[in-house]
Design a protein around this ligand. Structure first.
Ligand SMILES: [Zn+2]
Ligand SMILES: [Zn+2]
Length: 140
């Protein structure tokens, strides 16, 4: 059904307002908590300060092939490759990961994979998009 622009805009404003009211009511009943602990946070899908600090985001500089951070595997050599990739190139060209897979990452990823916490996708997706931004922009 096509609605005139003004009607559609008015309806979406009403729906947005109702959504905000519902969200406020839900936040009163179930205040948003940190992604990986029970500390209250200001918005759903966020870490508390302690958990954010404990999360090992992988950032540049990293190996241009496997994506391991150089702080973990030593400085990159020719082509921006780590020593492991220079010695034995992986079968893929480039890979990136958002997080180091440590205890904190497991607290985030295992509930998503195995405990139906599918709402975590909304928080994980931007992390993956950030980690893969350079690869995605080169391929476009
Ligand atoms: Zn936390
Ligand atoms: Zn590498």
């Amino acid at each position: 059904m096509r609605l005139p622009g003004g009607v559609a805009k008015a309806l979406s404003t009403v729906a947005g307002g109702a959504g905000r009211i519902a969200r406020a009511g839900l936040d009163l009943l179930l205040p948003p908590v940190c992604l990986t602990c029970d500390q209250p946070v200001d918005k759903p899908g966020r870490f508390c300060a302690v958990c954010f600090g404990a999360t090992s985001f992988i950032t540049e500089p990293c190996c241009q092939s496997c994506g391991l951070p150089f702080e973990a595997v030593g400085q990159g050599g020719p082509g921006g490759l780590c020593a492991m990739c220079r010695a034995d190139r992986p079968p893929w060209e480039r890979a990136r990961a958002a997080l180091r897979y440590d205890e904190q990452a497991r607290r985030l990823i295992l509930p998503f994979k195995h405990a139906d916490r599918v709402e975590l996708a909304a928080s994980l997706a931007p992390m993956m998009a950030r980690a893969g931004a350079a690869l995605l922009s080169r391929n476009s």
